[in-house]
Design a protein around this ligand. Structure first.
Ligand SMILES: [Zn+2]
Length: 412
């Protein structure tokens, strides 16, 4: 046991592998551009696949292109799984997704070097199309893996802008595997990821034990008023769609001050006719509501609906809202969160419990296995951007945390 406690990952090898993947299709501004199942994404997948095979792992690929690499254990039992994604947005950073995959690979290489046999096998998963830039929905590979999205529906998805189907791209690139969907089914799942938010960086934190993930409610609101002259129309006689849109934005800010843990964003407002001296006839705006509590999220949605009805009456406009997306919050497994905290204590790192503001493959796997996540800091919280950065010391700590958490779970 003492030997295992002293085990540490090879940080030079970890950084070298991250650099090699990041160099693929690197853009002039430093962005990583490996959009799902493009040639660049597949070049990254093939490079990592070669490393997995060189490490002597048992590799399988399922029909949605998810890759699984298993290191055997002493018992013929369900594996402990780690994983993430290799695809990026078009202007991606070096670490989003890649850290979880390459960190997992580094853990398995470290166990190989030390000749350590765990009781349960350990499997590294690379999920297809987490970002959802080219094919929707996002988190597609982990959705299909966890039985929450139909395989055929996923294969029929068309690339944005009328390109090929997902099935055609999988066939073209050779990632149309034959392993049964949902296998191997994990006994537990832990994902290492950069925070992609500012909390750890701003508070001087090193590690987050992620215990929950926010639910997301998206809607588009359309306000129809009456367009008229900005000079000749008395204020009392206006039906001003721009004014109503602004009232909604202010209402939502105040709502977040009244309701626990509530986030609200009006990210887009389109006005027409959108002219300086004309009262707007129509406003279309988007609302993004997030909360870790489904009751709170539902209450916020209901408050907004009531406000829209009142506004419709007082401003004599018509307001319609259309739901664009809705995902429930996820509570990760308390025992795995506790194991992560315990690992941090043993390794001597401070850790705090936190919530994820972004979606991750772990939330999908959480439906079929106890799951949780480990966060390391993102400088200034910047992500999906070439300036995305995590200190190499934090990458090393994250990978060592993953190593000891997986070993703990695999030997339990
Ligand atoms: Zn990610």
């Amino acid at each position: 046991m003492k030997v295992i406690d002293a085990l540490r990952i090879n940080s030079g090898r970890l950084n070298g592998a991250i650099d090699a993947v990041a160099a693929i299709n690197r853009q002039a501004d430093g962005s990583c551009c490996r959009v799902a199942l493009t040639d660049a994404d597949c070049e990254g997948r093939r490079l990592v696949l070669r490393w997995l095979e060189d490490a002597g792992l048992d590799v399988s690929i399922d029909p949605i292109g998810n890759i699984f690499a298993t290191r055997g254990g002493s018992d013929d039992a369900a594996p402990v799984m780690t994983g993430s994604h290799l695809d990026t947005v078009a202007t991606g950073g070096r670490f989003d997704g890649a850290l979880g995959v390459i960190g997992g690979l580094e853990v398995l290489r470290t166990l190989n070097d030390a000749d350590i046999v765990t009781r349960r096998p350990i499997t590294l998963a690379i999920f297809t199309n987490e970002e959802g830039v080219r094919f929707q929905p996002d988190m597609m590979g982990s959705l299909v893996f966890s039985g929450q999205f139909d395989l055929q529906q996923a294969l029929d998805a068309r690339a944005a802008g009328g390109g090929p189907s997902l099935a055609e791209e999988l066939q073209r690139t050779g990632f149309n595997g034959t392993a049964p969907i949902g296998e191997p089914r994990p006994a537990a799942y832990v994902e290492l990821h950069i925070e992609q938010g500012p909390i750890l960086h701003r508070t001087g934190g090193v590690l987050g034990a992620v215990q929950s993930l926010q639910g997301i409610s998206w809607q588009e609101i359309t306000i129809n008023g009456i367009s008229n002259h900005a000079g000749t129309t008395p204020m009392s006689m206006r039906h001003d769609a721009a004014y109503c849109a602004s009232r909604i934005a202010v209402f939502l800010r105040e709502l977040t001050q009244r309701r626990d843990g509530q986030l609200a964003t009006v990210g887009r407002i389109n006005l027409s006719p959108n002219m300086i001296n004309v009262i707007a006839r129509e406003a279309k705006l988007t609302v993004d509501l997030r909360n870790t509590s489904n009751d709170e999220l539902r209450a916020a949605e209901a408050e907004l609906q009531q406000f829209l009805q009142d506004l419709e009456r007082s401003e004599r406009v018509t307001i319609a809202s259309r739901r664009l997306a809705r995902t429930d919050p996820v509570q990760f497994d308390q025992a795995i969160v506790a194991t992560i905290e315990d690992t941090a204590r043993r390794l001597g790192y401070p850790i705090s419990r936190m919530t994820s503001g972004a979606g991750h493959d772990a939330q999908m796997v959480a439906r079929i296995a106890p799951a949780a996540m480990i966060f390391v800091p993102s400088v200034e919280g910047i992500s999906h951007n070439p300036r995305e950065h995590t200190d190499p010391a934090h990458l090393e700590i994250g990978a060592n945390m993953l190593l000891h958490t997986l070993v703990q779970l695999a030997n339990a």
